[in-house]
Design a binder for this molecule. Structure first.
Ligand code: SAM
Length: 357
């Protein structure tokens, strides 16, 4: 299945029929993607996409609105335009392109917050230390900042934490529709969204299924930022919020347990711990659906996106992406019966197990 987030066949996988010179040019281009990423990050930092309106805008006006030095901004826009992000419509006049529109904060399908996350200082710090992490096996985040990422956000840099959370909400929008399209809720009374964050997936699920009740489980401080629609208005009567540290307990009985992008923040031992709590709480036959990226079992090539995310998890902490076989082993180790994978048109896939009985 095509991964919408894949950046296409890796140039290095295609070098068989090319000359050494074009292979070197491909590697060089791959390396320069760091610069290209920085261009887009600067455009978002300067809010250029929000400041360019429907028509063309003059450089001097854009520079004033962005608080930028005009000659430097011209050079940034030249490089962005070369990538198809904004286009020059005349001497010192620029307009939107489809690429630049996605950077506007209010655009449908905006990726502005995800770009902001890629441009966070800590992101550059940890990626810069990748070789050290590969040498030592130590997550670069812990080496650089002395603590794990969620504690760092809470104790040292709530602003970076807010950027991260906004990016997660933006990213979730890409996958919620396909996940919910694929979930058959016939005969399902209660759905628990385990480590569900602000509850955006649960809200959409409850809107679609008026007879289903929902439970949002996460850390107490995260539940404090739950979507207002879950705590007030018509959905509130069908939804409860349960604070829990799911590494210690999962105190909720439900017909379906959803865990989207939760397993990938932990190592195998930690995952089995959480899934075992789930197995203890689940009524016989209850469904557990883990929603995660899948790495390839065997010699199949991985998508660039899933494999990059796996490296990001290695830089951040104990987490990782996994193959189907690895997920099946986690379920079995936790006393759950593995059922299989449902492929959906999304970078994430549904991996299902059942409580025994
Ligand atoms: C990557 S986010 C995924 C959020 C949500 N499932 C989604 O798809 O939008 C991981 C979530 O796990 C929660 N989490 C991490 N450790 C936890 C713990 N020990 N107990 C409960 N929740 C936890 C975090 O607060 C965060 O909301």
């Amino acid at each position: 299945m095509t991964d919408a987030f894949d950046i296409g066949p890796a140039p290095l996988a295609q070098t068989d029929s090319t000359t050494p010179f074009s292979a070197a040019a491909d590697v060089r281009r791959l390396t320069q993607s760091l610069w290209s990423s920085a261009l887009v990050q600067a455009a978002v930092d300067l809010r250029l996409a929000d400041l360019v309106g429907e028509g063309a805008v003059r450089l001097a006006d854009l520079a004033e609105a962005a608080g930028a030095e005009p000659a430097a901004l011209r050079r940034l826009l030249r490089a962005l335009s070369a990538h198809g992000v904004f286009r020059r419509t005349g001497d010192d006049e620029y307009a939107h392109t489809p690429f630049s529109r996605c950077l506007a904060s209010d655009a449908p399908g905006s990726v502005a917050h995800l770009v902001g996350l890629a441009g966070s200082d800590w992101t550059w710090t940890v990626w810069h230390r990748l070789a050290d992490t590969v040498r030592t096996g130590e997550p670069a985040f812990r080496t650089a900042f002395g603590k794990d990422v969620y504690r760092y956000f809470a104790e040292d840099d709530p602003q970076a934490g807010a950027v991260f959370n906004r990016a997660m909400v933006e990213s979730a929008r890409w996958t919620s529709g396909p996940v919910l399209d694929a979930l058959d809720l016939t005969g399902t009374g209660t759905v628990a969204d385990v480590a569900g964050g602000s509850g955006s997936l649960l809200r959409l699920l409850l809107e679609r299924h008026p007879k289903v009740s929902g439970v949002l489980i996460d850390a107490e401080q995260v539940l404090g930022q739950a979507e207002p629609a879950l705590t007030q208005g018509p959905l509130a009567a069908r939804c409860s919020l349960v604070p829990a540290d799911i590494r210690k307990e999962l105190p909720v009985a439900a017909d379906l347990y959803l865990m989207r992008q939760v397993m990938h923040i932990w190592n195998d031992e930690e995952c089995v711990q959480v899934l075992s709590h789930c197995a203890s709480a689940a009524p016989p036959g209850a469904r557990i659906v883990v929603v995660e990226h899948l790495l390839a079992d065997g010699p199949r090539r991985d998508s660039t996106f899933s494999s990059l995310l796996d490296v990001q998890m290695m830089l951040l902490g104990t987490g990782r992406e996994r193959t189907e076989r690895e997920f099946a082993a986690l379920f079995e180790a936790a006393g759950l019966r593995y059922e299989g994978v449902t492929r959906i048109p999304s970078p994430l896939q549904l991996i299902t197990a059942r409580a025994p009985g």
